[in-house]
Design a protein around this ligand. Structure first.
Ligand SMILES: CC(C)(COP(=O)(O)OP(=O)(O)OC[C@H]1O[C@@H](n2cnc3c(N)ncnc32)[C@H](O)[C@@H]1OP(=O)(O)O)[C@@H](O)C(=O)NCCC(=O)NCCS
Length: 154
């Protein structure tokens, strides 16, 4: 999926604010650009009013996902701190599900580290845990953290 440079700028601005540096989960601009040239990766930006952002306006959040074999995996999902707890995360998940469905997906997947409060959002939306990878991530003090895989049937 081609992305205008301005969209990548705005996505990276949210990335810089949204992810706790202690966990190293934010992607570099190069990683985002490489994913988007592959062709089966998709992104959307969301404005503070829940709609699509106007050209050049700041954005409140974004997702980046990868489609394959009737499943779409959420690779990155973030709402900037000042816009949280206003329902934008749920609205963006809804947009993710609708756009993935339009691409032919009937199941959504995501993986997160155990203990990330994002789990409350994902469960509220309807995602259910389907598996674990023990000791998959490293925490701030080098401690091992499990990865949990969640799925949602569209
Ligand atoms: C997770 C994240 C996307 C949530 O975005 P958000 O816009 O605040 O989510 P919403 O306002 O739509 O939340 C909807 C509901 O989800 C649950 N929820 C969301 N964030 C929560 C949190 N930090 N703690 C507990 N419950 C939470 C609540 O039930 C909430 O409803 P409520 O506000 O009425 O209680 C945001 O906190 C974020 O970007 N975090 C950092 C990046 C990240 O961890 N991304 C996920 C990687 S796997």
């Amino acid at each position: 999926m081609n992305a205008p440079i301005d969209d990548i700028d705005r996505l990276m601005a949210v990335m810089a604010e949204a992810f706790d540096p202690a966990y190293g989960e934010a992607w570099t601009r190069r990683q985002v650009e490489d994913a988007l040239v592959i062709g089966n990766c998709h992104y959307e930006l969301i404005a503070g009013d829940g709609g699509a952002p106007q050209d050049g306006a700041p954005v409140a959040g974004f997702f980046l996902s990868r489609y394959g074999f009737e499943e779409e995996e959420l690779l990155l999902f973030a709402i900037a701190p000042t816009w949280r707890r206003r329902g934008l995360g749920l609205a963006l998940l809804d947009r993710f599900a609708r756009s993935a469905r339009a691409r032919g997906a009937d199941r959504l997947l995501l993986e997160m580290r155990r203990g990330n409060p994002a789990e409350f959002l994902y469960r509220r939306f309807g995602f259910l845990p389907i598996g674990e990878r023990p000791n998959y991530y490293r925490g701030p003090d080098g401690q091992a953290l499990d990865a949990i895989t969640f799925a949602y049937s569209i």
